[in-house]
Design a protein around this ligand. Structure first.
Ligand code: NAI
Ligand code: MG
Length: 500
């Protein structure tokens, strides 16, 4: 496969990264952490430290929040016209597109994902997200509503920006997650402090450079790299923050919700999943099989909406599993920058150990493995694509989010829609789901019964910024993307006027 990048570029980037730690963007300028502390940036394909980034703490967070507060309160952002905000977002999209190769190289080295995914899903996806939300900047509107009071009245609503946003993002699709929150918040007229995941700070720092180049006023976008406890926690509790938009684990999401209560912060949470895929007896297997495999092995299963539970009608179970196992065994697993890599390593030793722990727990409980189960190579954090057959309904592998390339495959005997929905819904999560059948009645009945934020029938494309995304139950609160994803960054105000 074509590498799509100048092969001398990674080495140039590595020596540039080795020369100095990446810094925090606060109030329009780059700074070291107040304590001088740095994070190790690790190449997950080798385990080697290849860069450092400032490890921000409470003092840096306070300065960043105060900068975002000033930028919101003094009108340097809210006072711009919607068209000016739109144009700045479009400018940032152009710069991301211009530097897409560099962003993708950084992302691939940092996270381990295949370069092509970082280039087209990540960087180009981020540019698309910015352009989509740039369009919303000029379309934030209220309604006129007539109250039923005696006399003549005018009533109307306004959507006002919620204020200073804390955006806390994970490591699985770093740039896409960061830009998703940033673009919606800025389009709504908010200012923000972005706290990227400590495992993957590099693309966020580059994003900060592009924000400066695009010409956003100082303090509108602040980026503080650091750990969850040192930088994330003080951001969540800071009284200067009006809203927290978080993507990550359910445990931390719950903690953020509790901590936000004291200051009544608005909260949007995009959390974990254990999403079911259903393959009914009449499904188009030529399309369903590769999609089901991609749904769990894509990005090494480190996807919130990964299709980690597969329910297959018994009449086609063997054929489907044979196809998925064949795919699991032929996937090219390697470093993100290696040409032809289809699946990279897991992001960290911690994540590899977590995934292995689940597989081991399944083994100890007697679950049979159809393929995989082991690590690959002697360096880096590679795990084999793994398929477990009929794990018991109460096991941790069946119930908990593994966030690795591990599929649980289960049979069902007849296409009884209520029974299928009950099995699909037998989880604390409710993020996504997929249905494969040619029976439109069965497909839509099942879609109605699934407690999931997204249902994909007979396939789907890449993430689309126009489509709302979010979870039922423990998978989250609120939605990202689309109009709904804009509105979570606004307050709704009602104004009434007596014309009597
Ligand atoms: P995590 O939830 O700890 O980390 C996500 C983000 O939250 C990071 O930026 C982290 O620094 C920050 N954070 C952590 N503790 C915080 C706190 N007390 N206050 C404020 N911010 C805090 O997730 P982690 O430990 O990296 O991964 C654990 C599991 O979470 C994964 O195995 C996976 O199951 C799930 N996960 C789900 C994601 C999704 O897309 N929904 C993304 C990443 C992880
Ligand atoms: Mg890393």
């Amino acid at each position: 496969m074509n590498q799509m990048f100048d092969p001398t570029r990674p080495d140039m980037l590595r020596s540039d990264l080795a020369a100095a730690p990446r810094r925090l963007l606060i109030d329009g300028a780059f700074h070291d952490a107040a304590t001088g502390a740095v994070l190790d940036v690790i190449d997950p394909a080798t385990g080697a430290v290849f860069a450092h980034a400032a490890a921000g703490g409470a003092e840096d967070i306070d300065r960043a929040v105060m900068a975002a507060r000033r930028a919101f309160d003094d009108g340097r952002w809210t006072g711009t016209t919607p068209a000016q905000r739109q144009n700045l977002l479009l400018k940032l999209a152009d710069l991301i597109e211009r530097d897409a190769e560099e962003l993708a190289l950084l992302e691939s080295m940092d996270n381990g994902m295949p370069f092509m995914m970082a280039r087209f899903g990540g960087a180009m996806g981020a540019a698309g997200m910015l352009r989509y939300f740039a369009g919303w900047a000029t379309k934030v509107t209220g309604e006129t509503i007539e109250p039923s009071w005696p006399g003549e009245w005018l009533g109307y609503t306004r959507r006002e920006p919620v204020g200073v946003v804390a955006a806390i993002t994970p490591w699985n699709f770093p740039l896409a997650m960061e830009v998703g929150k940033l673009s919606a918040a800025l389009a709504a007229g908010c200012t923000l402090v972005l706290k990227p995941a400590e495992q993957t700070p590099l693309s966020a720092v580059k994003l900060g450079e592009l924000v400066c180049e695009a010409g956003f006023p100082d303090g509108v976008v602040n980026i503080v790299t650091g750990t969850g406890t040192e930088a994330g926690a003080p951001l969540v509790t800071h009284p200067g923050v009006d809203k927290v938009s978080f993507t990550g684990s359910t445990v931390v999401g719950q903690q953020i919700l509790r901590e936000s209560a004291a200051t009544m912060k608005r909260v949007t949470l995009e959390l974990g999943g254990k999403s079911p895929t259903f393959i009914l007896s009449d499904a188009d297997l030529a399309r369903a099989i590769p999609a089901a495999a991609q749904g769990i092995f894509g990005n090494a299963g480190q996807v919130c909406a990964a299709g980690s539970r597969l329910f297959v009608h018994e009449s086609v179970f063997d054929r489907v599993l044979e196809g998925i196992v064949e795919r699991a065994q032929s996937l090219r697993v390697g470093a993100g920058l290696e040409p032809g890599t289809e699946m990279g390593p897991l992001v960290s030793a911690v994540q590899r150990d977590r995934v292995q722990g689940y597989i081991e727990a399944g083994r100890r409980a007697g679950v049979s493995l159809m393929t995989g189960g082991g690590t690959i190579g002697t360096e880096g954090y590679f795990i084999e694509p793994t398929v477990l057959i009929e794990p018991g309904a109460d096991l941790s592998v069946t119930r908990e989010e593994i966030f690795g390339p591990v599929l649980c495959a289960m049979r069902f005997g007849d296409d009884d829609i209520d029974a299928l929905a009950a099995r699909g819904n037998d989880t604390q999560y409710g993020l996504s789901s997929a249905i494969w059948t040619r029976d439109i009645t069965a497909a839509h009945k099942l879609a109605n019964r699934l407690k999931a934020g997204t249902v994909r029938i007979n396939g789907s494309g890449p993430p689309d910024p126009a489509l709302p995304l979010g979870g039922y139950k423990a998978s989250g609160l609120g939605r990202e993307n689309g109009r709904a994803g804009l509105e979570v960054f606004t307050e709704l105000k009602t104004v009434t006027v007596s014309l009597n």
